[in-house]
Design a protein around this ligand. Structure first.
Ligand SMILES: [Zn+2]
Length: 163
């Protein structure tokens, strides 16, 4: 099923906001990426890429915006929120946005545009298609009774908060 989603004037404004954040962030020493998280007509949080500023390889604009939005709303679920990102989310950010449960993502620059300025995430998508042990980053399974125990404890826990 693919339905055509109209792009409103508000969508365009929020995207311009993300673009402005991205551009200003370069002058602060950050990367050229910005994100805005919106609920209804309200901006809940913004984020800019601070990988090099904060020595955090996960500090992409979307991840920073998710963290700030969750702090602002006091929740781990952004199910009523829409994200405007200055660039198509990388696999990490896309996954984080799935985990956050946002309902829609609008993006500006495409991953091909990012690739053209040496921000390439295409190899990660290719890696994910390979068998675990054949990846550049090998993932090796170690069987462990102790790890199973943690899962059993979680499965049996009566008062857990599901997420
Ligand atoms: Zn990312």
């Amino acid at each position: 099923m693919s339905e055509k989603i109209e792009i409103s004037d508000a969508d365009v404004r929020f995207m311009e906001m993300a673009a402005e954040i991205a551009e200003k962030n370069i002058d602060r020493g950050g990367g050229s990426f910005g994100a805005v998280i919106v609920r209804g007509a309200e901006v809940v949080a913004t984020g800019a890429n601070t990988v090099t500023l904060s020595n955090d390889p996960t500090a992409h604009a979307e991840v920073n915006a998710i963290r700030e939005a969750c702090r602002q709303l006091g929740t781990f679920s952004l199910k009523d929120c829409i994200v405007y990102s200055s660039c198509e989310p990388c696999p990490m950010c896309l996954s984080a946005l799935y985990w956050a449960g946002v309902k829609r993502i609008y993006f500006g620059n495409t991953k091909e545009d990012a690739d053209a300025i040496n921000f390439s995430d295409g190899f990660i998508y290719k890696e994910l298609e390979k068998p675990r042990v054949d990846r550049v980053l090998p993932c090796i399974h170690i069987e462990s009774e102790k790890n199973i125990r943690a899962f059993q404890k979680w499965a049996a826990k009566k008062d857990k908060i599901e997420y």
